[in-house]
Design a protein around this ligand. Structure first.
Ligand code: 13P
Length: 264
């Protein structure tokens, strides 16, 4: 693993990218990287993520408490959201939060990214659900996001923005780029009369390819009960599918018990 100073520089580079690409305005967005089980580097609150230098970066523990921060810098106001991702997804080493224009537009319109319109988005993301609105900086956003963590590597945040996470900072950033690109394409194709969606069989084939590649992270191809049952994907769930096999087990158990009672 790169040394701490190198990671701080990488965080600054990614901050500049999300700012330069218009994925954040002003002081918006935040980034964090896990460096050990109880040490995380994160962007400070209230600064433009496009103009950071390594001394801006703060270090916190797994509860989001400050371990080290230079004078004038405090950890991101959204640190609880980042920490929830690390807590519930031990495979994650980096989290990126941004407000990309098109993806955030969909999050504001309440439209999850579920239409299968291009192979790369289907393979990289599957679909992107919307986590219910929460007040920034409170536990409401972590609680809303939690529901989707076991099935996806990116979520939209209702009326707010997007969140992506992965095993490396570059990969988490790439997922944010993929979410925004998917949202832009979906928006444009809607203007052009509506997208021509990939067929169920085409989606199924892409899911198989993803499995063959052994791609890391959580993805409906590996987890969605529909996909497991040989049905095409979670794309038909309108973004409401949490693709959580425990949920589907629970529903199955409840159904079994209700039927048992009815048959008595
Ligand atoms: P911070 O500057 O506190 O990280 O907050 C930015 C933001 O985008 C909140 O959603």
């Amino acid at each position: 693993m790169a040394n701490e100073y190198e990671i701080k520089k990488q965080i600054c580079d990614i901050g500049k990218r999300i700012y330069d690409k218009g994925m954040v305005a002003s002081n918006d967005g935040n980034i964090s990287v896990k460096i050990s089980d109880n040490e995380f580097l994160c962007t400070p609150t209230g600064v433009s993520k496009g103009f950071m230098t390594p001394e801006f970066i703060c270090k916190v523990d797994r509860d989001g408490k400050v371990i080290q921060a230079n004078p004038g810098f405090k950890p991101s106001s959204e640190i609880k959201m980042h920490m929830r991702v690390y807590k519930e997804r031990p495979d994650v080493n980096a989290v990126v939060h941004a407000h990309p224009l098109y993806a955030t537009g969909f999050a504001i319109a309440g439209i999850p990214l579920t239409q299968p319109i291009m192979p790369e988005a289907v393979i990289a993301l599957g679909c992107v659900p919307i986590a219910e609105y929460g007040t920034p900086s409170t536990e409401e956003i972590p609680d809303a996001v939690s529901k989707y963590l076991q099935s996806f590597d990116a979520v939209l945040l209702e009326n707010h923005g997007a969140l992506s996470f992965s095993d490396s900072l570059l990969s988490a950033y790439h997922k944010m780029e993929s979410v925004e690109f998917y949202a832009r394409l979906l928006y444009i194709s809607k203007q052009l009369g509506g997208p021509k969606e990939l067929s169920d069989a085409q989606v199924k084939r892409l899911y198989e390819i993803r499995r063959q590649f052994g791609m890391k992270g959580k993805h409906p191809a590996d987890l969605c009960p529909n996909a497991k049952e040989g049905k095409p994907s979670c794309h038909g769930c309108g973004g409401n599918c949490t693709c959580n096999s425990n949920d589907s087990d629970l529903v199955g158990e409840i159904t079994r018990r209700v039927l048992e009672q009815l048959n008595k």
